[in-house]
Design a binder for this molecule. Structure first.
Ligand SMILES: Nc1ncnc2c1ncn2[C@@H]1O[C@H](COP(=O)(O)OP(=O)(O)OP(=O)(O)O)[C@@H](O)[C@H]1O
Length: 250
């Protein structure tokens, strides 16, 4: 399990959450959605223990695979070396990486489809390439828990689809507990079992994905009309879109 129980956090007058209990059960995948500045990153950081809570308890394994929203960019290491850093917590403070660590790091790069980044210098990579490497680093930890802060935000559509398939596959195996933030309700629809909505009015609503991704709740969440669109003729799956999409160019 990963999450927080009966937790509160404010910065001065800005109340992010109060008496919040938000837990992801083992093997489940939860998405957190909310407008900019609502507190998604801070909530993840609190769960990871990087942000002190005003009250309440956090629950997380000792090692968590974490993909931050903005990783440091001035890192003069190769892609493979950055991914190998994901093994550091297993080695202890003075442990040196060995062959097993290098193998695990290479396997993680293969898993995210980023072998070609192994020898590239991290500080010369694009934002999306760095994001792929950081996802590989999180997988390389071997942790049963993954916390990903907007893991697809810098990725092109192909890499978004590949990353979502990867997360969906990990989720379906039920061996990892996954918590991620996203600005796209369709990404939650694609991979999450459960969803937490950090509403603009301060309320936090949680439930199964099918009950949370609705036009009504999404419109309230983002303050613009949202509606269902069919993905294609004869296709039962639907996409949740804001009203400005679908301009008629014919
Ligand atoms: N250490 C801090 N001290 C004071 N305010 C902070 C601190 N950390 C975050 N905040 C504030 O908390 C709010 C939530 O920030 P956070 O980054 O968690 O939002 P977010 O939902 O992840 O936003 P976005 O979708 O834009 O990434 C912001 O107003 C931010 O300025």
């Amino acid at each position: 399990m990963i999450g927080i129980t009966d937790a509160s956090l404010s910065f001065g007058n800005l109340r992010l959450f109060a008496r919040l209990t938000l837990n992801v059960a083992s093997g489940r995948t939860m998405a957190i959605l909310g407008p900019n500045g609502r507190g998604k990153t801070t909530l993840l950081r609190a769960i990871l223990g990087f942000q002190k809570l005003d009250r309440g308890r956090r629950h997380a394994p000792d090692i968590v695979g974490y993909v931050p929203q903005h990783g440091a960019s001035q890192v003069r290491l190769s892609g493979l070396e950055v991914v190998t850093m994901g093994r550091a917590a297993r080695r202890g403070l003075f442990g040196q990486p060995d062959g097993t660590d290098a193998d695990a790091a290479r396997a993680a790069l293969v898993q995210v489809g980023a072998c070609h980044l192994a020898d590239q210098s991290y500080d010369r990579m694009s934002g999306g390439q760095r994001q792929m490497v950081l996802i590989a680093r999180a997988l390389a930890t071997g942790s049963p828990a993954l916390v990903l802060d907007e893991p697809t935000s810098a990725l092109d559509l192909g890499n978004q689809a590949r990353t979502l398939s990867l997360i969906a596959g990990l989720g379906q195996a039920r061996e990892r507990t996954i918590l991620f933030t996203t600005h796209d309700p369709n990404h939650a629809l694609a991979v999450a079992d459960d969803v937490a909505l950090m509403m603009p009015d301060g309320e936090i609503v949680q439930g199964p994905v099918g009950e949370m991704i609705t036009p009504d709740l999404m419109s309230r969440l983002y303050g613009v009309p949202m509606h269902w669109a069919r993905i294609a003729e004869r296709e039962t799956r639907r996409a949740m879109l804001p009203a400005f999409t679908g301009r008629d160019v014919a």
